[in-house]
Structure formats: C-alpha cells, structure tokens
Design a protein around this ligand. Structure first.
Ligand SMILES: [Zn+2]
Length: 628
C-alpha cells in the first residue's frame, strides 16, 4: 500500500489512506511541479549531496574512502530524506536514473552499517564521537529519516532491502533506549524518530517499534537531555522542559515541535490516550489562535528557530522555515486521519500553497530556508545550504503529494481533501476530477464507477457561498465553509458533481494583538496569499504602499508572468515617507490620511512566486490607511 502515512489498520483512525499509486495527477498546477521535482530538483540535490561530502561521509564510514567525517553532524539525514523523496516519486513515475541512485545509496548504507545495526556516519567506529553520548547529536533524528525512507522504499518497491537496514538499527535502538535497567532513559534532542517508529511498526507489525515511539514521547519533558546549547537558547528548545501532557501551547524549536506532535498523533492513531489527545488539541488550538503566519509559516525567532509568544509574528524577521511548513502539513495530515475534521485539511491547504511552496524557486533549482513575509531587498533562494534540511524536505512533500489529496473510511466513504485535476481510485470508487484550482474555484467530479457511498468534498474555510450540484440539480445538503459537504447516494457511472468555490479577493485583517499588522491588510484569493514585489509597482517601496481603502481589487490572468499566475490589481499610492513626513519621525495622527504619495497601479502576485526575479523588496501586509 503506497500510502504516505498508512493508517489502514490503525484502530483509532477515522480515515483510511489512499495509495499514491491510486491517484493519477494531470493537474496543471501541481503535476508540472512534481515533474520538475523529479527531473531537476532531485538531480541537482543529488549532485549537492555528492559535492558537499554527504556521500563521502558514508563512504568513510563504510571504509570505502579515506578521510574524516565532516560537515554538520546531522548530514546523513539529507541523504535519507533525498532517498525518501526519490522513492515517493517512483511511486508514480518510471525513472531508471532514480532507481539506480536509490540502489547505490542502499548499498552504501549496508556497507556503512555496523554489525550490531548501528548506522550514523559521524559515530560509526567512533569516527567523530561515541555513539549515544550526546542527545543533541541528532543520532535518532537521522535514524528516523532513515526509517521513513525505508518505509517509502518498501511501499513503493516491495523490496525488504531498506527495511532490513532499518530494522537492524531499530532493534538496536529498542535494546538501548527505555526505562529498564542498563538502558538509556532519555529521548533524542531532535524529535523525528517518534513518527518514523510508528510507521516502521505499521510496515513490519513489530510492536516493539510502537512501544519505543511511546517511550520516546513519554521520556521527553523531564529535563533528561540537560540544557541544550547552554545559555544562548531557551530551555524549551527541544521540548524537554515539561511533559507533553501538561503543555498547552507550541513551544521551542518549531520543526522539532511539529515533528514531535506528528509522532504524538501517529501514536494516538494506534493507541487511545484521552489525556495526551486533549493536550495535543490544546497545543493545536493555541497554534492557530496566535502563532501561525497567514501563509501557514510557523516559528518566529531566527536565533532559536522557535515559536514565540501569542501574536509575536514579525514579518521581516520571520523564521518560518520551509521545513516547519512541511512539518505543519505532516502533523495536520495525521490529525485529519484521526478526526476527519476539515480544519486540519484547511491548514494543510494554506501550508501547501503558501508557506511550503515559497520554499522552492519556480525553476526548481533554489530554496529558501526562512520564508519571511516582508523583505527590504537582497534576499534570494539558494541552491543549497550548510544546513540543508529544507531542499530534500520540500522534495519529499512534492513527490508524495498525490497521497495527500483523498481519503476513505470504514463505510466506503470517499473524501476529497484537496482539489487537483486527475483520476483516483478511492476504495471501490473511481473518480475523475477537473479543475483549474487554485486559479479558479470550479471543481467537476465525475464518478466513473457504480456504488453506494458518501462522497465528501471539503468546502474550504475561506469559501463562503460555495455552491454544489449533482447532475445539475441542487442536492439539498449543507454546503458550509470549513466543513465537508456530504453526498450520500447510489452513484452511477457518469454522475457529475460540481462544486463552485467563489474566488473573490479577500482583505484579511490581523487580530489587534498582532501589533505589527495594525492598519494593514493581506490580500488573499482562494487558498493563495498575495504579496507585492517592488518590480510590480514601478520601483515604489511595497512596505509604504497604500491600498485604496475599500477599492475594488481585480484579479487577472497573466500567463506570461512567473510561470503563469493570476495577479491582483488595485489603485494605490506610493507613499515616499520623506516627502510626506519631511524628516519627522512622528506626526499627529489626524493628518495621516491616504493619498499623500504618487498614484500607482498595485499588482500583487501569489506569495509562493516571490523572489523569482530581482532580489527586491516584498511585502505581504499592506497599508490601508483611512480615506481622506
Ligand atoms: Zn529546513
């Protein structure tokens, strides 16, 4: 079963997964990006893994090359994540080049693995340190990425090879970590292994892996890791400051937190635990109440890559790591499997189209690590990073995307979570979906098989006044934003469901607690958040630009721009501060009104497409001062 997260036998799951192989995407938005991922990104990333010594480290560990282990201690994880991405891509595409590279990595990993199963290149044979000696060495983090890659490999190829490597290592980890005598009773500094162990359990049926995942979760929060990076990073950095069950907000390093929460939800899918579940829901609600950017970016502090206080969401210094957006999607996907609630699929949509997608350039060659919502110029994506977690993370998300669109349940229900053109076999049902999403909100679903089942279509939280018809007629069911519309009937081949989501331009305001956005609006249309780049406003500074209050904002298609996007246009004023402010820092508020500057035509582009031209200024939250 080529599911991205295999909940098909999970006792607590509301939803069952649909294999990647059961979805054939022909979508004009996502499928070209997935093909670019395969033909450009994965190839370039593989070259970088070689050039930056990541393969060299493994060859040294295997005794195939001389030299030392160099680079960041967690560099093995980039190889594992790349392999996972390649495997998911092979779930839908033939690509002998990728098959060969995956096999070569597996051979290398087999050679680098120690006889007792240990596999972490810096500490193999004590090359750079002693195994299990340092909770912040990312040993189990790298193991987790290895296990996820192995699970993907097994699901896609049916081969036990990668799974065998992983099982040997996982068995050693189970024998090493735990509460018993002579065992290490600490978690790993960087969560990741929790969800990987649950998936390894699902793939192998080995209950010890699930038990070890539970141990890793319960062991955290008791300060057993000591103070990480003592002195310069807060004590909640690795979530070891307080037991999870006692927490009520997201804390610490954002990617660590969201990987941890993903592992917790994976555990909850297997083992009911009301106290743990209610703690997790408190944390989720706190996240959406005060700590997530409008783009689905998370993590605000660039020093510790951490969550901040409620409403602490600075735009220009936003950290919003690409990995954190990917992790947000992964966590919400698991929550969706647990509950079937549309709010989780809504957040996945926001993350996919904005915070995650902004992490990669339109040509598939360069990446952002941080994804700020404002820029004073000079920011460009880069082909690689010293800490290169983001490029392969975005690659595995794009590669596995077909697995995130549909779901089924124990009543043969068909759930459509995200809309993209293509065909899918969901349980016993076959569907063909046609849409120009996210540019247009009309979605046509043709049922191609006969059967009695409930078809559930997500009506996004932003889509008020959505309309739904079945074979042209009103089905008289609730069609409410932020829920799934449910159509239960005897379906016949050729039945057509049409969902129409109004793609009006919306001006979003922030909660007053978010002081930086006071008097500003973010423009959105459908699932897309927009921004203004200097290049589109005649060189005016987008930070000071004034949107005409209450003006009609027009959407128009620009096939020539940035790979083809819909832009938003509106009258605006460029507001050169020096002309109006005459060197003053403060003025009486009454005299600050719209229209001091030159009239300009504002053109906003989708946020994901920014920084693909010159490295100019950019702004998501736009000034909208009161009219004169
Ligand atoms: Zn990253």
């Amino acid at each position: 079963m080529t599911a991205v997260v295999d909940t098909s036998l999970s006792p607590q799951a509301r939803l069952r997964p649909v294999p990647i192989r059961a979805v054939r995407l022909t979508d004009a938005f996502w499928e070209p990006r997935r093909q670019l991922n395969r033909t450009v990104s994965l190839r370039e990333q593989h070259r970088m893994l070689e050039e930056t010594g990541r393969f060299h480290n493994l060859r040294v560990a295997a005794g195939l090359e001389r030299g030392s282990n160099s680079g960041k201690v967690f560099n093995d994880s980039d190889v594992h994540k790349w392999m996972e991405a390649a495997c998911w891509q092979l779930g839908t595409d033939e690509d002998p080049w990728l098959v060969e590279r995956v096999d070569a990595i597996l051979e290398l990993l087999e050679q680098a693995q120690e006889p007792d199963g240990y596999l972490f290149s810096p500490f193999v044979r004590g090359l750079r340190g002693q195994r299990w000696s340092d909770g912040e060495a990312h040993e189990l983090y790298c193991a987790g990425h290895l296990f996820q890659a192995a699970v993907a490999h097994h699901r896609v190829t049916g081969s036990d090879r990668a799974l065998g490597i992983s099982r040997r290592f996982a068995d050693l980890i189970c024998a090493t970590f735990g509460e018993g005598r002579g065992k290490l009773d600490r978690p790993d500094g960087h969560p990741e292994i929790e969800m990987a162990l649950v998936e390894l359990y699902r793939e192998t049926g080995e209950a010890r892996y699930l038990e070890q995942a539970c141990f890793q979760i319960d062991a955290r929060g008791h300060k057993r890791l000591g103070e990480p990076y003592a002195g310069w990073i807060s004590a909640d950095y690795n979530q070891d400051h307080r037991p999870l069950r006692e927490r009520d907000r997201p804390e610490g390093h954002a990617v660590r937190e969201l990987y941890l929460q993903s592992g917790v939800t994976d555990r909850l899918l297997e083992v009911a635990d009301p106290a743990l579940e209610s703690a997790q829901m408190r944390i989720w609600e706190s996240l959406v109440r005060g700590q997530v950017y409008v783009t689905g970016g998370v993590g605000v502090r660039d020093v510790s890559e951490a969550f901040g206080r409620d409403y602490e969401l600075p735009n220009e210094t936003a950290y919003a790591e690409t990995c954190a957006a990917v992790a947000l999607i992964m966590w919400n996907w698991r929550l969706l499997q647990l509950t079937g609630e549309a709010r989780f699929a809504d957040l996945i949509e926001t993350g996919l189209y904005n915070g995650m997608l902004s992490g990669v350039s339109i040509d598939g060659r360069e990446y952002f690590y941080a994804n700020p919502l404002a820029c004073n110029g000079g920011l460009k994506r880069r082909p690689w990073y010293l800490v290169a977690c983001c490029p392969p993370n975005i690659a595995r998300m794009l590669a596995s995307l077909p697995g995130y669109l549909y779901g089924t349940d124990d009543e043969r229900g068909v759930w459509i979570h995200q809309y993209a053109t293509g065909q899918a076999t969901v349980g016993a049902a076959t569907l063909a979906v046609e849409t120009s999403y996210p540019w247009a909100g009309d979605i046509r679903v043709e049922v191609r098989s006969a059967g009695t089942f409930a078809l559930r279509l997500r009506v996004p939280g932003w889509a008020s006044d959505a309309r739904l018809t079945v074979n042209g007629a009103d089905p008289s069911v609730a069609v409410e934003a932020g829920t799934y519309a449910v159509l239960s009937r005897d379906w016949r081949p050729g039945d057509v469901v049409e969902l129409s989501l109004p793609m009006r331009v919306r001006r979003l305001a922030s909660h007053p607690g978010l002081l930086e956005n006071a008097g500003r609006v973010a423009l959105t249309r459908g699932p897309l958040v927009y921004c203004v780049e200097q290049a589109d406003v005649g060189g005016a500074d987008p930070r000071f630009l004034e949107v005409a209050a209450g003006s009609e904002i027009k959407a128009s298609r620009r096939p020539d721009l940035l790979g083809g996007v819909t832009v938003l246009e509106s009258p605006a004023w460029a507001a050169p501060p020096e002309a109006a402010w005459n060197g003053r820092l403060y003025r009486e508020a009454e005299v600050v009104r719209q229209g001091d500057g030159e009239p300009v035509r504002l053109t906003a582009i989708p946020y994901f497409a920014w920084a693909n031209r010159e490295a100019g200024r950019m702004q998501v939250w736009l000034r909208e001062p009161p009219p004169r």
